[in-house]
Design a protein around this ligand. Sequence first.
Ligand code: 6R9
Length: 652
Amino acid sequence: MSNESSLANLLKEERRFAPPAELAAHANVTAAAYEQAASDRLAFWAEQAKRLSWQTPPTQTLDWSNAPFAKWFTDGKLNVAYNCVDRHVENGLGDRVALHFEGEPGDSRAITYAELQREVSKAANALTELGVAAGDRVALYMPMIPETVIAMLACARLGAPHSVVFGGFSADALATRIQDADARVVITADGGYRRGKPSALKPAVDEALTRPGTENVRNVLVVRRTGQDTAWTEGRDLWWDETVGRQSDRHTPEAFDAEHPLFILYTSGTTGKPKGILHTTGGYLTQVAYTHHAVFDLKPETDVYWCTADVGWVTGHSYITYGPLANGATEVLYEGTPDTPHQGRWWEIVQKYGVTILYTAPTAIRACMKWGDDIPAKFDLSSLRVLGSVGEPINPEAWMWYRKHIGADKAPIVDTWWQTETGAMMLSPLPGVTTTKPGSAQRPLPGIAATVVDDDGREVPDGAGGYLVLTEPWPSMLRTIWGDDQRYLDTYWSRFEGKYFAGDGAKKDEDGDIWLLGRVDDVMLVSGHNISTTEVESALVSHPKVAEAAVVGATDPQTTQAICAFVILRGSADAEDESLVEELRAHVAQHLGPIAKPKRIMPVAELPKTRSGKIMRRLLRDVAENRDLGDVSTLTDSSVMDLIQAKLPGAA
Ligand code: 6R9
């Protein structure tokens, strides 16, 4: 990436939104937190660790002597499940609802903290009976149901690291992850409900377990959710309701070292085998609890919190299971898709439970925009007071829509930047402090050190772009890649001396606020200029006829790369209309300058996405460059690619 052109800094966004006075007046965290943390970062984190109940409180904060392998709170001992469940019951909050479960078919179930304690204890006793001991890995392949959260907490209670694999992944993807972690038990369900029908899970487990390298799996524990026919391997397979159901609901948690492994979560990476990101106990729980308290301004007595992520994504780990429950929150857990049985399902849920804090992804917001403003308008969303976004850069137009149509033009939006590797939020506005800017994640949170550097690792001045780096260790950082320390060093710590390389392009505006520009692989080089796919996509989405856009750089003999855009049009727009394509090209040129004008724009019906809603630009690049498609195993719906390819000139 050339320095002088740096990353594009083309999009001008002038809108500003001050925090609501009422919220600011009672906010959990004020501007003073930044100063406290800046004056003594380690003391700040030592203070935050006191949010947890330690059996042995730590006397050390950070051991960085073997950098970049960090140890936080290393001489402390605690139990994560005790912190997320038992202590709330001991504090007299046993009757508080922990989970409001809403099944896709409309069944619902409220689980209090006291009940959660009994369920987690029973599950821990069952796993113990199956021979699971501290350090053993347990794989989870589950729908979004309470047993998933219960199983995670039961593993944590026993010190048995879990590896949750998305229910949408194939048997192949599941087998690779079982092999890599050498799992001993798999917890699954007969199936879950998706798009109005039962979707089986158990067959993929059966298939995965025929693969070499999975022989150490002794048992498969199967939750009965859909009641569909399920093949059975006697001696190996056990029904959850029978095996867990007959256990004692008492279980004494054991305290583990702060650095005891808590979970492994695989992230795909652009090439090669998936990376098993390892998280540990004390630092992780400290930072997820703190950020959940600070960024959402959580008041556990009155708030109803809802994170729409799947638990198979890191967002589900940190902001469905661990952060909210460590804070004693009441939260919604929803099984299904946003448009089943109708496109207002989410808003109906917000109304039903009086949700006050909503945490979702830009891809979902854009889908709702496409369905129309009239849909959320039919529901009472007045309970909402803080809105969160995560997963991708949020386009300013989607941000504005979220604020106006969901947040009644007053709920602050917190755009939270973080990664599986960072474990918890790293950059985000604070709802009672920050004057927000549509599309910017703005500043590192208190206690976090991040900046933007150029090719040589030098910090860029305000107004310039480059790469996002983290310059100091943080409590919830990954400790390594499971079984591959070298890959940990190579992937994150070798690009810039002493700094964590996040792999995201970013720019600083004139105020020093940070704007994320997408993965570095998604930055295009066009006639010597670096242009971010995110900015071109945002320009396209700002056109009234465009609902979604994905932009890639395709190799081009004249300009190195040529900008190639795939767009989903809104309702009535005609995909065959050549003049509309011209209008869109001109629209981008007008917003970003002629250099950013896409060479090709192709209207399509769908875009390829992962389960966490990220557009798989790698596949679109394959299409744009007429190559065979790479690995499609992590796509939600692989038929999308057939549809897109069939539209291309020259397609059969
Ligand atoms: C939590 C999560 C990490 C990548 C990250 C970045 C993108 C996430 C973002 C964002 C811009 C935000 N990302 N949040 N980009 N603004 N608020 O998504 O983890 O699945 O590991 O993805 O997601 O590119 O590097 P993960």
